[in-house]
Structures are given as C-alpha cells and as structure tokens.
Design a protein around this ligand. Structure first.
Ligand code: NAP
Ligand code: 12T
Length: 339
C-alpha cells in the first residue's frame, strides 16, 4: 500500500477550512491521521472526516508533533506565529494567508502555472497559496503569456463575500433578509452595507491609495508568472456569496487574436472556455460556484491599443481560490517531493 500522510487543518471550522476538509475527502487524499485545529472557542466541537467523528483541538505550538502536512487558513496572524513551529516539528505548511506570500524563501504556487516552484519548500518548510483573485487570473493568463508575453494587466474584480469568511456570509444573508422585509440593516464585518451595494474596498488601504488586495494581485502575479508583468487592479466587493468575477485587459508583446486566444484556452489546464455570448454562454459566478475550473469568456480584441485583449474570468474563490489549490499543491508535494 502506498504511504499515508498525517494532516492538520488549521482553521478547520472556517469557510476555507471546511472546504479544505471536503476537498481532502473528495480527492481521496491519502490521509493517515487527521487533526482539526481552531481557536479555543471551537475546541471540543465535533466535525467529521470520511464518515468518522473528529474533535476540534485548540491550536498550540505543540500541535504539530507527527504531522506531515499542515494546511493553514486561520488568518495571517496565526500563520505568522504558528507556521514556524509546525515546520520545526517537521510538517510542511501550505498557507492560505497573505503572511508568507512575498517572502523570497517561500514558494507561491498555482499548480497549473509554476508547479516547479514547490521545490523551494525546503528553505522554510512553508509553501504559500496565492490570493484567490490572483489564482484564477493567472490560471487563465498563463497559456496566453506562453504564446505572447504579457506586458501589462488592467483588472477590476467583482468579489464574493465568502472571501472574507463565515461572518461575512452571514452578514450578506441577514442584511438581505432584513432589507427585503423593510427593516433596517446593520453592518459589522464590512465598513458599509454590502446587500444591494458594491464596495470599492477589499482589505485595508495602503499609502499609495490602492488597497492591500489590489497590491496582492500586482505583486503575486509577477512572482507566480516569474515575469516583469505590470498589473493595476481595482478590487470590488459585490453582493454575491460564492465566485469571484474579473474583467481583465492585457497588453501583450505580440498580437493575440481573439480566435487564437480561444484556441490557446480551449482545454488549457484548469480552464473551461465558456465563450458563446450570442447563445448566452459566458462565465458567471452561479456556474463557477462548487466547481474547480476557472471559467473564461467574453474574449475580444481591444482595438484601443496594438496588442490588447479583454477577458471575463470567473472561479469559485473558496475552492480553486483557496482550498482546491492548496490540496493540489499537497498532491504534488507528496507525489514528487516527500518520500
Ligand atoms: P473564517 O470563516 O472567519 O474562519 C477563520 C478560521 O480561523 C476559523 O476556523 C477560526 O476558528 C480560526 N481562528 C480564528 N482565530 C484563531 C485563533 N486565535 N487561533 C486558532 N484559530 C483561529 O475565515 P476564512 O474565510 O476561512 O479564512 C481564513 C483565512 O484563510 C483568512 O484569514 C485568510 O488568511 C485565508 N484566506 C485565503 C484566501 C485566499 O485567497 N487564498 C481566501 C480566503 C481566506 P474559530 O471557529 O474557533 O474561531
Ligand atoms: N481580505 O488571502 O476579504 O489575502 O475577500 C483573501 C480574501 C484577504 C487573502 C477577502 C482578504 C485574502 C480576502
């Protein structure tokens, strides 16, 4: 029998952690023992793995003895504090937070784009999962970039509330219900009402006027694509539960016709081409939700510049944008690197 791996899910009770557990089950990841970790608030809560009850334990520095792989999604502060302890105990951390992404000694990996980078895990024992908005964008752009180098990206996002976690999903649900019943709504997670609204702010503002989310998209894209691509982003929260949508404009070194782009994307790894607009076929969040593929459509040439292309890119932010991508990294890790 092939080897089994002891896995810890850190943030097991959260929106991403819950999906992480489902992905491990769905993909039949060869799990030996499983450990669910969260805050003291959840300790003792019983979840299930593969039909068996598993008690949630409080995350501690000594939680990682005997663990081979630790999947972290409990917020950046926990990743900063606990990934080094986990790595010291011999676990390879696959971290979903932004804490380690731009560390030059930590690989930032999207399996369809730069799987070779996983080899760099040895330096710190940490592999970073990129930001959800970045992941789906690079999955769609990599096949185009390999044909004609991308010089510049202009992207606007339409991001689902699930990206912020359980409390934000509740906030949109409750606000929508209250407003439909003619009652006043409260906001606690977001700075303004999200129901029936769009918020041009995701994460905190930086000194340059961009948000951190917008800067993540710019910096992470260049690191993953291993190219000096310039990206300018506007990230917007919309009242959608699952699925981020993105309007993406690229400028390339040589021309890519719309027909060529469709040819390059048809059957590309992790991509589903959904581009028959006359028949009403284009990517939508409601179709991406629950799926692992990145949907790409509305492909058209940008005639305002020499070599420009517009695309509409949609994926499930909790699956490909977080959990699925992390489990795919773990699959490559055990197949190629851990013995
Ligand atoms: P969430 O639904 O709010 O869940 C947060 C999880 O972290 C819960 O399991 C929570 O446990 C745990 N946690 C909170 N404080 C903790 C503490 N002091 N010690 C131990 N565990 C603690 O949030 P989420 O959406 O799942 O996101 C979790 C993290 O994943 C985010 O902060 C972010 O870093 C990352 N993320 C990444 C992406 C991406 O783009 N790749 C997308 C979304 C999220 P309790 O239930 O006990 O509070
Ligand atoms: N603030 O992984 O709110 O850095 O949608 C992902 C999603 C941070 C991250 C969000 C965020 C991240 C959000």
């Amino acid at each position: 029998m092939s080897r089994l791996w002891n896995v810890a899910v850190v943030g097991a009770t959260g929106a991403v952690g819950t999906q992480m557990i489902e992905c491990l089950e769905e993909r039949n990841f060869p799990v030996g023992t499983i450990k669910f970790l969260a805050s003291g608030r959840s300790a003792g809560q019983v979840l299930e793995f593969a039909g068996k009850p598993v008690q949630v334990e409080e995350l501690r520095h000594d939680s990682f003895e005997g663990i081979d792989i630790a999947l972290f999604s409990a917020g950046g502060a926990r990743s900063e504090e606990f990934c080094p302890s986990a790595a010291k105990a011999g676990a390879v951390c696959i971290d979903n937070s932004s804490a380690w992404r731009m560390d030059p000694d930590v690989p930032l990996v999207v399996p369809e784009v730069n799987p070779h980078a996983i080899a760099g895990y040895k330096k710190k024992g940490i592999i970073a999962n990129p930001n959800c908005s970045t992941i789906q964008m690079v999955v769609a752009l990599k096949p185009l970039h390999d044909f004609a180098a991308i010089r510049r990206i202009v992207v606007s996002t339409y991001q689902a509330v699930s990206g912020t976690g359980k409390k934000a999903i509740d906030e949109l649900r409750i606000q929508t219900g209250e407003l439909l019943n003619g009652r006043p709504s409260k906001n606690e997670v977001y700075p303004h009402r999200i129901a029936f609204n769009c918020l041009p702010q995701i994460d905190a503002f930086c000194d340059n006027g961009y948000t951190k989310e917008e800067m993540k998209m710019a910096n992470e894209t260049a690191k993953i694509m291993e190219a000096a691509i310039k990206t300018t982003a506007t990230c917007v929260r919309v009242p959608v539960f699952y699925g981020h949508s993105e309007s993406v404009n690229i400028e390339t070194a040589q021309k890519i016709t719309a027909a060529k782009a469709r040819e390059l994307l048809r059957g590309a790894p992790g991509v589903e081409l959904v581009d028959d607009p006359i028949s009403g076929d284009y990517p939508m969040a409601i179709n991406a939700a629950g799926e692992d593929l990145t949907l790409v459509g509305r492909i058209r040439e940008d005639d305002s510049i020499d070599n420009g292309l517009n695309l509409w890119i949609v994926a499930d932010n909790i699956r490909k944008g977080a959990a699925t991508n992390a489990v795919q990294i773990a699959e490559i890790l055990i197949a190629k690197y851990l013995k």
